[in-house]
Design a protein around this ligand. Structure first.
Ligand SMILES: [Zn+2]
Length: 429
């Protein structure tokens, strides 16, 4: 078993409160997943992510493939162990980054040839290679190789792009089914000495176990979630799961066609991709509304690359279970803080002697300890701590939205406490 999805509650509007049991963690949904592009959520250490309540983070296949390389990560036991992250991981297929290279790539039926942005060296990704790389990295959830259709694209172009995505989805799935046992922690999990039945629990915050035999490298436990009884045989069977990605540009007929064909292939979960690529927000909403009802109710639904605080809340209320976005982390490094009072540009002169916390309603470690004036000073002085503190607050804000939303979905009588910023697209996406 690679994934178990439990639907705990559902609202009349389609919002879902769920739980995804994965090999390394149980993830409460709806969930926001911080992006850790190159094996690091920029500026924030793993123990801090744990203390903020992040249960799953993303890794980026393209970047990790180029540096340090998937074979090196496999030899070190997989990405969980390499970056010392005992909770769940998701990797993208590498496709999105390759397609964003524009002049450095060439697409054929077989796959994509591209040049590294680091040194110009030539590489290629095929569906099979992308899956091989993702198996070597060993994330709990991996993604089918797809073509992210650009925006705008006319119907003929979007249809051709979708044809490629569907062919690549079939190849990704076939290759995954043939090779899923090769994940680096599969043998590791089976070789760990455990009683026949263990009571697994989420480890205490910051508690990756240090094993002297591993030269101080934290062991990554392969556990179930809180309150789960996990048998040895079940642990042994656990491996990665593969999500299919619904594409089709901004065309409802193509999206429908894609969703129907993908669900017939029986992936472990489904993503809606090709959004937040420059289209107006009403179109994003229209596509999500079109696709969600076509996806199986008993599997997780993931909208890739969104969004602003009010967007993630809106989509979760419609029935999206998982979302990721670079916005809270990237914006933080550019002085933009999301708060219950709206967006703050912490560089503004008005904060020069403002002794109030960044967000008076926030209980994150940054808001409990530091003032707006200090955060402004760090930014003005170019101190690296600026990126760290800003990012911790923004992530806490995003994770807090999801935390309160989960409570309100579970008990619809509880009014949601989330207050969001107004939103408009920026180049941060
Ligand atoms: Zn805060």
């Amino acid at each position: 078993m690679s994934l178990r999805f439990n639907l705990i509650a559902e609202t009349a509007a389609g919002g879902r409160r769920g739980r995804i049991v994965l090999p390394h963690a149980t993830v409460e949904t709806p969930v926001f997943m911080p992006v850790g592009t190159a094996g690091s959520v920029k500026a924030v250490a793993q123990d801090v992510l744990e203390s903020l309540g992040a249960e799953i983070i993303l890794g980026n296949t393209y970047h990790l493939y180029l540096r340090p390389g998937h074979d090196a990560i496999r030899r070190m036991g997989g990405l969980h162990r390499f970056i010392s992250w005992p909770r769940a991981l998701l990797t993208d297929s590498g496709g999105f980054q390759v397609f964003s290279l524009n002049s450095l790539r060439r697409v054929t039926e077989e796959g994509v040839q591209f040049r590294s942005h680091l040194d110009g060296s030539s590489h290629s990704f095929t569906p099979e290679h992308s899956i091989d790389v993702q198996i070597a990295l060993g994330a709990d959830i991996i993604m089918a190789f797809d073509e992210c259709t650009e925006y705008p694209a006319d119907h003929t172009r979007a249809e051709e792009s979708l044809r490629l995505t569907m062919a690549w989805a079939r190849r990704s799935l076939a290759h995954f089914r043939a090779h899923r046992h090769e994940v680096p922690w599969n043998d590791f999990a089976a070789s760990v000495s455990r009683p026949a039945v263990v009571r697994a629990s989420t480890p205490p915050l910051g508690s990756a176990t240090l094993n002297p035999a591993q030269n101080g490298v934290p062991q990554v436990p392969c556990t179930g979630g809180p309150g789960m009884d996990v048998s040895e045989s079940e642990i042994r069977l656990r491996t990665q799961c593969l999500f299919g990605i619904v594409q089709g540009g901004m065309y409802r007929d193509l999206r429908r066609q894609c969703a129907e064909q993908l669900t017939a292939m029986d992936f472990d979960g489904y993503a809606i991709g090709g959004l937040s690529v420059g289209e107006p927000r009403e179109l994003t909403l229209e596509i999500i509304s079109e696709v969600l009802p076509l996806l199986p109710k008993d599997k997780p639904r993931y909208v890739m690359g969104v969004g602003y605080p009010d967007e993630i809340e809106q989509y979760a209320r419609m029935g999206v279970d998982m979302m990721d976005c670079v916005l809270p982390t990237r914006a933080a490094r550019h002085a933009l803080l999301f708060t219950s009072e709206g967006r703050l540009n912490i560089k503004n002169k008005q904060f020069a002697e403002d002794q109030s916390p960044p967000d008076p309603a926030c209980t994150c470690p940054v808001c409990r300890r530091y003032s707006r004036a200090y955060l402004r000073h760090l930014m003005q002085a170019g101190e690296p701590l600026s990126a760290t503190l800003n990012t911790i607050h923004n992530l806490a804000y995003y994770l807090g939205i999801m935390h309160r939303l989960r409570a309100s979905l579970e008990s619809p009588s509880l009014a949601p406490e989330t207050r969001s910023c107004s939103s408009s697209p920026t180049t941060d996406h």
